[in-house]
Write a protein that binds this ligand. Sequence first.
Ligand SMILES: [Zn+2]
Length: 581
Amino acid sequence: MKNFLNLVIGIMSIMLIFSCNQDLDLPVEDTKASVEQEQDLRTCGHAAHMDVLMQNEDYRVLRQELMLNLKEEAVDVESRALCSDPVVLPVAVHYQGVTSPNATCLIALAQSQIDILNQDFQGTNTDISTWNSNASYFPGVSNGETCIEFVLANTNHPSGYGLSNGDLAVTINQTTGDQDSDWSGYINFFVQPNTGLLGYSPLGGAGNGDGVVIDANAFGSGNGCGSVSPNSPYNLGRTLTHELGHYLNLDHIWADAGCNNSDLVSDTPNQNNENYGCPSIPQSSCGTNDLSMNYMDYVNDACMYMFTNGQSNRMENWVNANLTNVSSNASTVISGGGGSGGGSGGGTPVTCGIPTQINATVTGTSTTTVSWGAESGAIKYRVRYRKVGTTTWSLKTVATPSVALTGLQSGSKYQYRVRTRCASGWTPYSPLKTFTTQANPGGGSGGSSTNTIKLRLKLDDYPEETTWELVDDSGDVVDFGGPYPVSKANKLISKTLSIPDGDYTLYVDDSYGDGICCQYGNGYIKLRDVNNVLFANHNGNFGTYAEIDFEVYDNVAEFGGGSSDDAAPSLVQKTRVVGSF
Ligand SMILES: [Zn+2]
């Protein structure tokens, strides 16, 4: 593909690439059945689109500048602004190739898509509740709420499009392609028929007339308008949420290349591959549960419903660093809102109050109850909390003005704050407060309790290659096992470990360097606590070693991350030590 500069040819290449990725052997022009099969799988062309863009010298220079801006502007997650005053980004929607267009219908469809974007980006989508009920599978991950609002421009339109002041910035059959410099200073959505994929976007847009391309059968929700009609399962407007994530500098959650590649977002677990359809939760790869419900995975619209806090931060940084030409245009092209340089926007003011009379009652070594005074007009409340010295917030959403926090570390200081959700939106968070959990009886490590942890290690065809060791935070090996005799091939090794409170790392090593799954068997590693709660689940697909970090206090274990590698010489050395037991 590197030899082609022409975008059309590039797009054809994208289709070929995706065909390969999805094991679709039939050419696109083949039978109807093959076409339907292709449409079953989400296809996003952002990576291939970037390959095409990066062939262009001007674009490479622009991208270099954008990344430098980002480096200078970037703030970390901890100092993210509270969202009392969202940055407003004006939007224009360009329908292309529509036969017999119904303008009224298309304008309403555009507005409904914008509404979906605002819900998804601000974390006010109704199915965020599904995340709340699954969040316990993802320790350290909180859903994010960007302080960004998308508004269809409605005044001072570029000339030549027949748009008057008061009209929404929606054009029909008046643009072509994926860029139009007349529409610089806007986020553009180019709705095209028969794109061959669901959409694509540059990774990190520039607001220079560029934008997101989206297929006419994946735009908006509802009945659609003739040929511009969303088709199930991409009919809830989430394809644009995904592509706009790319435009605001988010990579795919699996980073397009396995466990060792990160999407550069600190709170998204590494993931081996994309997920399709509607996966059950949890499913793990890379030693952690896949965040398949993230907007940057490939699942059906109905089964994606959250950005993380880190992703929200990354998008806000991009807006602040590189899209001020768009945000500052808001006051010019949006009447009745928009503010100056990203002011108050078209939203109504928040009418209920920030929680007050906030108190924390420490109820144990791992539990604390936070309560506050009820606010009139409150629909629900959200509590953020984290151990002092850590970077990621945990999050609880409740309908009543009180919540019990569990699974805390003993003798540890926590920060917390609360916000209210009313009909008009979220209030800012209350000022930070702190509490300290009870220390373990006896004080210090001397009084630690003993915890029961169950290791389930399924071996592959070559058990003689497999060893494991459990190491505490002083580096001492507290237990170990293997290598195992040939008679244990494909057998499940069960081991109950009695260990004191503390932080641990479990290493499972394969002396041949091909893991315990999947070419020669289907091994795995699972860790459960005394109540049989599965807190770590590795699919065995690693190279020389898999590493699983966890902490356990008062018989409550929490997964703390992990990694695996198939090319880590220093750790290969480590496996030799283990293997000599
Ligand atoms: Zn994508």
